[in-house]
Ligand binder design. Structure first.
Ligand code: ATP
Length: 318
């Protein structure tokens, strides 16, 4: 059974088309990343899944239930870390988690959950005095109550330091290992890359792509960045390298005597050969995989900006 099934989901707020005909299936047990820039429609999608917002048209099924008709059933089996959750200043961390335990009617141990998210020491302090990261951890503990079948995490790393973000990833992995489906939104790409089975990219309400990270990389084609350090920058370097088949961008840093090239696999050797025909010696050579950041920028860029111009290679930052 699919954990989440969106079919032709559309949401309008007056003139704003927040979701535009979004169809998407998340399988049970998947860790699924929902990526997109600010205002893309991520929170709106999550709000529809939880029936906080009604779609203008289209359908959402969650854990086999109609999200709009059986919202209560969905919420009973789902743990949610909402965007911008406000804690109750005067209640302690323990009271918050106990409240979630009582509301869901489970027998979870509040202290154990607070320990799991790393704030056991602060369990009996009022949450009003918690830092942003501690609040985020507290709300995560509440989301974990009752071993939910589905965890919906809206920007889960907000406010977390690197260690907190790493612990968040460990918890996501552990929840998936237990059999839960995890659906989380983010614009922090490393978070997604580190834990996700698949990723959807949404932009301006439209689903741009749904794929694995590896699939995304393969689809982008012109994968790698090649950096050559030379003994000198010869005349016509950018032109010679830019003319190589498979090169999509060239940048020359004359001061550092460095040329950075965006090229597909076979083109890399041809680039080195092209430099060899000029009056220059290659002192050093480094390649790196296209980062998810580049993939994301490329997937959400305007079509004009995304398309490399073969005739005149665009500059890329070295
Ligand atoms: N209640 C609302 N009334 C009017 N417009 C709204 C409302 N909620 C969202 N929108 C608009 O819908 C679009 C999608 O917003 P949404 O909050 O879903 O984006 P998001 O991807 O979650 O963004 P962010 O990463 O900034 O949280 C935006 O243009 C936003 O201004």
């Amino acid at each position: 059974m699919a954990a989440i099934e969106l079919s032709h989901l559309t949401k309008r707020y007056g003139d704003v088309l927040a979701l535009d005909d979004v169809s998407l299936t998340v399988e049970a047990g998947e860790v699924f990343g929902f990526l997109g820039p600010n205002g893309a429609g991520k929170s709106t999608t999550i709000d529809v899944l939880l029936d906080f917002v009604r779609p203008t048209s289209g359908k959402a099924r969650v854990l086999g239930f109609d999200a709009q008709r059986d919202g209560l059933d969905v919420r009973r089996r789902t743990g949610v870390l909402p965007d911008g959750y406000h804690v109750y200043d005067r209640l302690t961390g323990r009271q918050h988690v106990q409240f979630a335990v009582d509301s869901k009617g489970t027998d979870d141990d509040a202290a154990a959950l607070l320990d799991r998210v790393g704030i056991a020491d602060a369990a009996d302090r009022p949450a009003g005095g918690y830092s942003k990261g501690m609040r985020q951890r507290l709300v995560l503990a509440m989301a974990l109550v009752g071993e939910p079948d589905l965890l919906i995490l809206d920007e889960p790393s907000t406010g977390l330091d690197p260690r907190g973000a790493s612990e968040m990833r460990d918890i996501i992995r552990a929840e998936a290992a237990r059999g839960a489906t995890v659906f989380f939104s983010s614009h922090i790409l490393e978070q997604v890359e580190a834990v996700c089975d698949r990723v959807a990219i949404i932009d301006e309400g439209r689903l741009v792509t749904v794929d694995t990270i590896e699939g995304l990389r393969a689809a982008m084609g012109d994968g790698d960045t090649l950096t050559l350090t030379l003994d000198a920058v010869p005349e016509g370097l950018a032109e010679a390298v830019g003319a190589v088949d498979g090169v999509s961008a060239v940048a020359v840093d004359a001061d550092a005597r460095r040329v950075t090239v965006h090229a597909d696999g076979p083109a890399k050797a041809a680039v080195v050969n092209a430099v060899g025909t000029l009056d220059a010696t290659v002192l050093d050579l480094a390649t790196s995989e296209a980062s998810l950041e580049e993939l994301f920028m490329s997937a959400t860029a305007d079509e004009d900006a995304a398309a490399p111009d073969d005739a005149a290679p665009a500059e890329v930052a070295p």
